[in-house]
Design a protein around this ligand. Structure first.
Ligand code: CAA
Length: 295
């Protein structure tokens, strides 16, 4: 498990590349645009600087880790000698199925194919390959360099050997891997997303305002962020798509996405990444300001 390929250089992909490079792996970071890869390298460098500033790694460790990351715009070149591929592309079933069909053709026979999906079925992804025993979920949490959990999702056909290998690799990154079975939302999002959706319903029904809801959960339950701030941080479009997976997968009305969440996504207010969700985000402004639309 020396050569790791990471597909997708967005927030999750660059965080995953960061952590593997930090722990001595050769990393191939793959994206369709060189500009996205350059941006990812600059983000990784800035995130390493935080660790240097607090003394958890040295400047030399940072340079060595950055030196272990190569970037590719060709999928074939980026995965041709990978031991483990981690897909962190957009959360779209067809895109993932298409990628895994290609990966199955392009990768050596021994390569484990993992997806960082937050809710798409690993069993379904594995079924489009000729190696479903080597297809698995590796669900990292944002921000990847900080969060300790890796939710390891065993698809219906994933072998015990693949699962053990991925558990071991994750532990060597000083993460805590937790093995779960492949059902809608796995464990993390089956519990987290209904809580976020309920917080949105609480706002929608006028029970309390944004700051009040978040304060109750931060101070009352010791959550580092309130659920509405966390929804903005994750992306409201991602929250909506996970609620739809739960709703479709279980057919239970308790998972119906809140109409306010649907409206906000349709209007393009997706949280931090679009500059506004429940809060308004202006560059360089660390202070949280409730979006003017809710006043
Ligand atoms: N890389 C490296 N270090 C980072 C970092 C990054 N990207 N982001 C933050 N840090 C470090 C900071 O340097 C800081 O380190 P020290 O405390 O050692 O100095 C520490 O993390 C805390 O950062 P900040 O002081 O900037 O801010 P904070 O105290 O508000 O913490 C937070 C930020 C860690 C994000 C915290 O607010 C938090 O834990 N939030 C909840 C995160 C969460 O729930 N994540 C899961 C989301 S769900 C998901 O990812 C999966 C899904 O499928 C939807």
């Amino acid at each position: 498990m020396n050569k790791i390929s990471v597909i997708g250089s967005g927030t999750m992909g660059n965080g995953i590349a960061h952590v593997f490079a930090q722990y001595g792996h050769q990393v191939s970071l793959i994206d369709v645009q060189q500009a996205a890869l350059d941006k990812a390298l600059s983000t990784i460098s800035k995130n390493f600087d935080r660790q240097v500033a607090k003394g958890s790694i040295s400047e030399e460790d940072k340079s060595a880790a950055l030196g272990r990351i190569l970037t590719f715009t060709s999928l074939g070149d980026g995965v041709k000698d990978a031991d483990l591929v981690i897909e962190a592309a957009i959360e779209n079933l067809q895109v993932k199925l298409d990628l895994f069909r290609q990966l199955d053709e392009l990768c050596p026979q021994h390569t484990i194919l993992a997806s960082n999906t937050s809710s798409i079925s690993i069993t379904k992804i594995g079924s489009v390959t000729k190696r479903p025993d080597k297809v698995i979920g590796m669900h990292f949490m944002n921000p990847v360099p900080v969060m300790k959990l890796v939710e390891v999702i065993k698809g219906y056909a994933t072998s015990n050997e693949t699962t053990e290998t991925v558990m071991t690799v994750s532990s060597k990154l000083e993460k805590i891997p937790v093995e779960v079975n492949d059902y809608p939302g796995f464990v993390a999002n089956r519990i987290l997303m209904p809580m976020i959706n309920e917080a949105i319903y609480t706002l929608y029904e006028g029970v309390a305002g944004i700051e009040e809801i978040d304060t109750v959960m931060k101070l009352g339950m010791a959550h580092p962020m309130g659920p509405l701030q966390l929804a903005d941080f994750i992306g409201l479009d991602v929250c909506l798509s996970i609620m739809k997976v739960l709703h479709d997968g279980f057919g239970n009305p308790k998972y119906a996405p809140c109409p306010l969440l649907v409206n906000m996504v349709e209007a393009g207010f997706k949280g931090v990444k679009t500059g506004e969700g429940f809060y308004a985000y202006t560059l360089g402004n660390k202070e949280l300001k409730v979006s003017g639309r809710f006043k």
